[in-house]
Design a protein. Structure first.
Length: 237
């Protein structure tokens, strides 16, 4: 049997299909496909929301900076004492660096995060009287704040849909669902924006993240119980 034919035996095919699904080459990236995905996910997770606990924009920007390379659950364990000690940008701007590092140590990369938090808080005090600005340009000019963090803050603290948060779940599901073949987060965001109405952008991220955590997991997607399995080009069922 020639090598190419051997590679297509049902045994090999079955082994491959038990791991990661692959998006088929044909893309279904139409607004209609996107709308149906949104409709079903919204039905499945009507209460999807930002998993980082916060009471205002200041707390959310701090929590989002801490969430880099860290779980939201872990961040939520750290922030209550952090917000009690540093309840606003003025307090955080004056924080002792060693103390701050110690308090956020469990979130990982604590030295660079402490540096970014101090720089961000000092910039808020110097430029915006301690308030968090409401535009993408102003936010991304702050130390430690990239487009993803800015999108989280704009969408969840200010109800401003300027862009779409693309984290690891959003990136993975966008590809599996045939919404884009891009792998760079900014390119994924650009591909998603024309497919969904602007006022859905913040919720879209919450829905994809929720589905990625509960069903479409990175290593073992539960396609058999997925509400999208009949319209997903990567479905294993
Ligand atoms: S069918 Fe559902 S779980 Fe399976 S790859 Fe598609 S979106 Fe993910």
């Amino acid at each position: 049997m020639p090598p190419r034919a051997r590679a297509r035996t049902s045994k090999t095919s079955s082994r491959r299909r038990t791991t990661k699904p692959r998006a088929r080459s044909k893309s279904n990236a139409t607004p209609e496909h996107a709308a149906e995905i949104y409709r079903r996910l919204h039905l499945a997770y009507p209460d999807a929301h930002c998993a980082l606990n916060h009471r205002n924009a200041y707390e959310l920007i701090v929590a989002t900076i801490l969430s880099a390379q860290c779980t939201d659950v872990r961040v939520n364990m750290v922030t209550p004492s952090l917000f009690a000690k540093y309840p606003n940008a003025e307090a955080l701007a004056d924080a002792n660096r060693d103390t701050l590092e110690e308090m956020i140590k469990s979130t990982g990369f604590f030295r660079s995060k402490a540096k970014n938090l101090l720089g961000m808080a000092q910039a808020l005090v110097e430029r915006y009287r301690g308030q968090v600005p409401r535009t993408m340009d102003e936010l991304t000019a702050l130390p430690g704040v990239g487009r993803k963090t800015a999108n989280v803050v704009l969408g969840n603290a200010f109800d401003v849909n300027d862009g779409i948060v693309v984290d690891t779940h959003v990136a993975r599901l966008s590809k599996r669902l045939g919404l884009t073949k891009e792998t760079d987060p900014v390119k994924i965001e650009r591909a998603l924006m024309p497919l969904f109405p602007r006022d859905h952008w913040t919720m879209l991220s919450h829905l994809l993240i929720e589905h990625g955590r509960r069903v479409c997991e990175a290593r073992r997607p539960k396609c058999e119980q997925c509400v999208l399995n009949d319209i997903c080009p990567s479905s294993l069922v």
